[in-house]
Design a binder for this molecule. Structure first.
Ligand code: ATP
Ligand code: MG
Length: 482
């Protein structure tokens, strides 16, 4: 090895922060930043001001992840000054130094460099002190991996807390003393859990210890008082991760899960039966992991589908039965989602999936039974319910594979839906004008009766709902009537 390579290797293996910074600079300098981002930064810098990409934007670029919906920018300009430099701005939180800029179809969250004062309510700082020092601004951020700033024009990276190295090691570490940081903003523990899931990183031992300290019975941690909307937003992001179970487990291990999702926490240790390898809690987590990440509400339904089990368990010599747990679970889910202030429509959709998740299809079901089921569930919900069922099967840990009865059910439902498309007179391939013309009838009851007669025929055999066939039938009628 040449000496350079050896030094590089030593830095890598010994994890020198400077080497990590050097590698990060290479990645960031080669990153294809959106044109609009470079334009916004240039605009902010006019007149000798400072402007950096910060937070999740820099972090996600280094991780090679898809960027978030908003680009995070920080500057020494005051919010009012920022607002005057752009045509489309939203004064999101001027007092705290946040302006939203809309530029080139991209949304920017622009914050003024600041230090934060004391927090008396564990939510918002009592005072915000603006500063021109970007390093002071990075000190107030929650995790080292979020405390990076990048200036693309100067190719300058600020990394005062060795966040670049933590990104490589995949470690979540607090900026400064974790317990102090949690006292400032009670949402931060939940953010840690969310990032553990979305970034697939582990909290370092001091951060874990601090989380566990908050979870002890004697702790005065104010987690339960955080605004429900902020809590829901964090869980929504967590549930979009590849494996939400990573984040949920961080909370449970720290004794914090019960603050927000007590209905789920008490599933831990509730034993099931020979159809399951896991207790109700882990089954719920793995079902959630197995549900499609792009279907957030199916993910929620998967997480909550069995929360009625602890209340309905009856033990038969070690084997559990859980009759009606779906109805009890739907009630519990409804209250839980109301508590987290879910919009009504989402709440109804998730509760419906929980209530209907137990369908027990057999190929022996009659068409009438299947049609009744379809009416109750709603044709639009079938795909989600199937996704939930597949996840449920994957989440029992027995590796039984795909539930094949669902394939048969899906085929039959498609057939029924196709047939039901001709359920109403208005769905027929002919209309009243055709009837009047072919039968030489004036408008009146006889026209309706002729249409009804054709509907009967089509219900018996949906393939007859063609214009050609129905017109031929009308002509036959005319001949018979004449
Ligand atoms: P996302 O990918 O969800 O956008 P993010 O890390 O970018 O994650 P934002 O809410 O966009 O999160 O915040 C941008 C940055 O501001 C964060 O990376 C972090 O540095 C800082 N920040 C945001 N919220 C907090 C908080 N509650 N406490 C401390 N720092 C925070
Ligand atoms: Mg962001």
């Amino acid at each position: 090895m040449t000496s350079t390579v050896r030094r590089w290797w030593q830095d890598w293996t010994q994890g020198a922060p400077e080497a990590a910074v050097a590698r990060a600079r290479l990645v960031l300098a080669g990153h294809a930043w959106p044109e609009a981002a470079l334009a916004v930064l240039a605009r902010l810098r006019e007149g000798g001001h400072a402007a950096y990409l910060v937070g999740g934007t820099v972090r996600d670029a280094l991780l090679g992840r898809d960027p978030g919906a908003e680009i995070d920018v920080a500057t020494d300009l005051k919010p009012e000054q920022v607002a005057t430099r752009f045509a489309h701005v939203v004064p999101t939180g001027m007092r705290h130094g946040t302006v939203t800029i809309l530029e080139g179809g991209v949304t920017f969250e622009c914050t003024t460099f600041r230090r934060e004062g004391a927090y008396s309510d564990a939510r918002r700082p009592d005072t915000v002190e603006f500063t021109t020092d970007p390093l002071a601004d990075l000190d107030r951020r929650d995790l080292t991996v979020n405390a990076l700033a990048w200036d693309p024009a100067a190719a300058a990276l600020l990394d005062p807390h060795a966040g670049a190295l933590d990104l490589e090691r995949r470690v979540l570490r607090a900026v400064g003393e974790p317990l102090d940081r949690f006292r400032e903003d009670a949402l931060r523990p939940l953010r840690v859990a969310r990032f553990a899931a979305t970034l697939e990183m582990e909290p370092d031992p001091p951060l874990r210890a601090a989380l566990a300290a908050l979870g002890r019975p004697e702790s005065d941690y104010a987690g339960a008082t955080v605004a429900a909307e902020r809590v829901r937003a964090e869980f929504d992001r967590m549930l979009r991760a590849r494996e939400p179970s990573r984040g949920l487990e961080v909370l449970r291990e720290a004794g914090l899960l019960g603050l927000w999702l007590p209905e789920l926490e008490r599933c831990r240790g509730v034993p099931q039966n020979r159809f399951h390898a896991y207790d109700v809690y882990f089954h719920s987590l793995y079902t959630c992991d197995a549900a499609p990440a792009a279907k957030l509400d199916v993910r929620w339904a998967a997480l909550l589908h069995d929360i009625g089990k602890p209340d309905t368990r009856v033990d038969h010599g070690g084997e559990g039965t859980f009759y009606n747990h779906q109805f009890v679970g739907a009630e519990l889910a409804d209250r839980l989602l109301e508590r987290l202030r879910f919009p009504l429509e989402r709440r109804a959709r998730i509760v419906h999936l929980v209530r209907e998740h137990m369908f027990d299809y057999r190929p022996g079901w009659s068409d009438a039974a299947l049609r009744r089921w379809l009416r109750r569930v709603g044709p639009d919900q079938v795909a989600d319910l199937f996704d939930l069922r597949i996840a449920d099967t994957l989440g029992n840990g027995l590796r039984q594979g795909f539930p094949t009865a669902l394939e048969d059910m899906r085929r039959r439902i498609q057939g029924l839906l196709a047939a039901e498309r001709a359920l109403r007179v208005t769905d027929l391939a002919v209309d009243g004008r055709d009837v009047m013309r072919e039968l030489a009838l004036p408008p009146g009851r006889a026209v309706g009766e002729a249409l009804e007669a054709m509907l009967e025929e089509v219900l018996d055999d949906p393939s007859r709902n063609t214009r050609e066939h129905l017109l031929a039938r009308l002509r036959e009628r005319r001949v018979t009537n004449a």
